[in-house]
Design a protein around this ligand. Structure first.
Ligand code: 13P
Length: 251
């Protein structure tokens, strides 16, 4: 059985007071969500405070980025072993905002994926096409390249210790979500592509959808056969919305 999961990506939002309030509400409502995984990926600086707030809960801690390097003269960077020091279980790699705004290419993303796994952290590998790429009908090629650069560097079996998130760039923060059918088509493409290389890996791989998931559209997205949950931006900052999205995994 594939694990289902909802991960919140707080992006560059929050402060000590708001984070505490948000997590108090989320913990109170979600602490017994069965087998499903819930994680929050928080800004680096808040890892220690969120770590202590999540202690003795079933909610996992994640980061939003990691250096591809192990250690050294890399001013301003954070290594995977530093994330491990704070019991970080997940890290997002290859988010489209990092690819587009901070120049991370497929190779750097693959190196970050490897760095995370070497430190025992599960990477949440984001893939997705822009609107121009979708209109040019190269969505599948783009996603295949994004996945293959990781598979070529790390090996197909490493996907057993990873999560993939399909996030169409045009749906992120726009309120314009992919329809369940559009998302399912790409999720099926991802899973089938991996199945051609290793059926077991494909069958157990958790593939999340991200892009304007809200409390009122999560259920129909999560009902699709190859969508195993969501990576949530804006709605993860609002306790009731995030709770509703996590609950939608169960329906
Ligand atoms: P929104 O849910 O705000 O569209 O963001 C999605 C996302 O980028 C999650 O990583």
């Amino acid at each position: 059985m594939r694990k289902k999961m909802v991960a919140g990506n707080w992006k560059m939002h929050g402060n000590l007071v708001d984070n505490k309030q948000l997590l108090d509400a989320v913990i109170a409502e979600l602490n017994g969500l069965g087998e499903d995984l819930v994680a929050v990926c928080v800004p680096y600086l808040y890892l220690p405070s969120v770590q202590s707030q999540l202690q003795n809960t079933k909610i996992a801690l994640g980061a939003q980025n990691v250096s591809q390097y192990e250690k050294g003269a890399y001013t301003g960077e954070i290594s995977a072993s530093m994330l491990s020091d704070f019991q970080c279980q997940y890290v997002i790699v290859g988010h489209s905002e990092r690819r587009m705004l901070f120049g991370e290419d497929n190779h750097v993303v693959a190196e970050k994926y490897v760095a995370a796994q070497n430190a025992g952290i599960t990477p949440i590998l984001c893939v997705g096409e822009t609107m121009e790429q979708r209109e040019a009908k190269i969505t599948e090629q783009v996603i295949e390249q994004q996945l293959m650069s990781v598979i070529n560097l790390a090996g197909i079996e490493t996907l057993n210790k990873a999560v993939v998130a399909y996030e169409p760039v045009w749906a992120i923060g726009t309120g314009k979500t992919a329809s369940p059918e559009q998302a399912q088509d790409v999720h099926a493409f991802i899973r089938e592509g991996i199945a051609k290389q290793n059926l077991n890996v494909a069958n157990q791989l958790t593939v999340l959808y991200g892009g304007s998931v809200k409390g009122n559209n999560a259920s129909e997205l999560f009902a699709m056969p190859d969508i195993d949950g969501g990576l949530i931006g804006g709605a993860s900052l609002i306790a009731n919305d995030f709770i509703a999205i996590c609950r939608a995994l169960r329906h």
